[in-house]
Design a protein around this ligand. Structure first.
Ligand code: NAD
Ligand code: USQ
Length: 387
């Protein structure tokens, strides 16, 4: 297949590009380097150093003989988006290219508006490019488990059968997310479902849980192929942060009482899920949804797991929660769609955590400890930046 990967310079887009290229697909990546720009804005950097996109692509070609085409530009530019889709002519478009940090979207009005415009407008331009150039293209779009929030009923895969006053219907599962970032994913999902209905395009919405880990079989081949590994309180995700805190001898920062439960997935399963979704496309007109997570843990369980595996003694701190979140809630998620397609999940294991300790130790001197401290406060419409 010809697969265009939007956001192919990011934490997940780059390893997915390598995995699909290794699987024999003809791959192109597109990125505007916004993610590298947020690092400049905040004065932080990926813990594991990453090469430029062009150098990574050269390294992959030198090691494997496989070419990856590269487009530099912004999806909010409709002409650019159409140009790339027309020129590369993909069978599948994998869309990772959004501002993806909840805290970044909650800094202030400017960051919230930027997040929603970037994400919603970029996705609209992709939908129009598909409809105008080739409605047969399969859109594989990264969404998020957090879009559902914490309903007091089980979370189904995207759709819900309801019976109301004696009548039945199948509706999109109700959403109640916890940040303006997560809301941008809800808006995207509605726009994509509508495009499937009116234009008959095919789409898969992958509601992914929190990703942890840093290496895949392909990125581990050479340091030049490494993907990013974030530790700061804005882009660093919880399990990766707990690993890094434990290596640095810092207390693990549990927000609130830690009873919030979240769906998680290891990065090797992310790239495998993307491959399965691409190779088993949705039907024309179908808006297909998978919950892309492999297990559920509370934040306290995550912290206790890392503390147990850590060779050094680590403490667990409960910070006043800077976010507005439910605690002690019901959380039972259906996530069988990708398993039915062939996913064999890697669950959180001591071996994986130990390998992350090793990666972290190699680069621990690159950490700016003050960037670990959460400064974005959900309850204030303008949080102090603190960076
Ligand atoms: P990332 O920020 O590392 O990668 C996103 C990439 O998209 C970046 O390289 C960025 O420069 C690019 N981008 C952003 N806006 C763009 C635009 N307008 N035009 C062109 N390129 C643009 O994020 P990630 O962690 O790799 O996440 C990828 C996707 O997966 C996101 O959509 C995110 O919401 C979703 N997701 C991530 C996680 C996670 O834990 N990392 C979990 C669930 C879902
Ligand atoms: N948390 C802590 N301590 C920390 C960091 C986070 O207790 O030091 C808690 C948060 O309060 C939250 C949970 O851990 O309850 C997850 O936070 P996170 O920053 O790891 O993840 P989140 O903000 O949910 O966002 C991440 C990705 C996002 C993706 C989402 C998947 O950044 O792109 O969409 O995970 S999901 O959570 O399923 O929506």
């Amino acid at each position: 297949m010809k697969i265009l990967i939007l956001g192919g310079d990011g934490y997940l887009g780059w390893p997915t590009a390598l995995h699909l290229s290794d699987g024999g697909h003809e791959v192109a990546v597109l990125d505007n380097f916004a993610r590298r720009g947020y690092d400049f804005e905040m004065g932080v950097d990926s813990l594991v150093p990453i090469d430029t996109l062009q150098a990574r692509i050269r390294a992959w070609r030198d090691l494997t003989g496989r070419e990856i085409a590269c487009y530099i530009g912004d999806l909010t530019d409709a002409d650019f988006t159409c140009h790339v889709v027309r020129e590369f002519g993909p069978d599948t478009i994998v869309h990772f290219a959004e501002q993806r940090a909840a805290p970044y979207s909650m800094v202030d009005r400017k960051h919230a508006v930027y997040t929603q415009v970037n994400n919603v407008v970029g996705t609209m331009n992709v939908l129009y490019a598909i409809a105008e150039i080739n409605p047969d293209i399969h859109l594989v779009k990264l969404g998020t488990m957090g879009a559902y929030g914490e309903p007091n009923i089980d979370i189904e895969e995207g759709w819900l059968e309801i019976e109301h006053k004696g009548r039945k219907d199948r509706v999109l599962f109700p959403k109640r997310p916890g940040s303006f970032y997560h809301l941008s994913k809800v808006h995207d999902s509605h726009n994509i479902e509508f495009a499937c209905r009116i234009w008959g395009i095919r789409a898969t919405d992958l509601n992914q849980g929190i990703v942890y880990g840093q290496q895949t079989a392909e990125t581990a081949l050479d340091d030049r192929l490494a993907t990013r590994y974030d530790y700061d309180a804005v882009f660093g995700t919880v399990l990766n942060r707990f690993v890094i805190q434990s290596v640095l001898g810092l207390p693990l920062t549990v927000y609130g009482n830690g009873s919030q439960v979240r769906g998680i997935i290891e990065i090797r399963d992310t790239v495998r899920c993307l491959q399965l979704a691409c190779e088993n496309p949705a039907d024309r007109g179908e808006f297909r949804v998978f919950n892309q997570m492999t297990q559920s843990l509370s934040i306290t369980q995550m912290a206790e797991t890392i503390a147990r595996v850590s060779p050094e003694k680590v403490s667990i701190d409960h910070l006043a929660n800077p976010r507005v979140e439910e605690e002690g809630h019901h959380y039972n998620v259906v996530h069988s769609g990708l398993v039915d397609l062939g996913l064999d999940p890697h669950l959180l294991s001591d071996t994986l955590i130990e390998s992350l300790f090793e990666i972290t130790k190699r680069f621990a001197d690159r950490v700016r400890p003050e960037a670990m401290v959460p400064t974005v406060d959900w309850r204030r419409s303008a949080s102090p930046l603190g960076w």
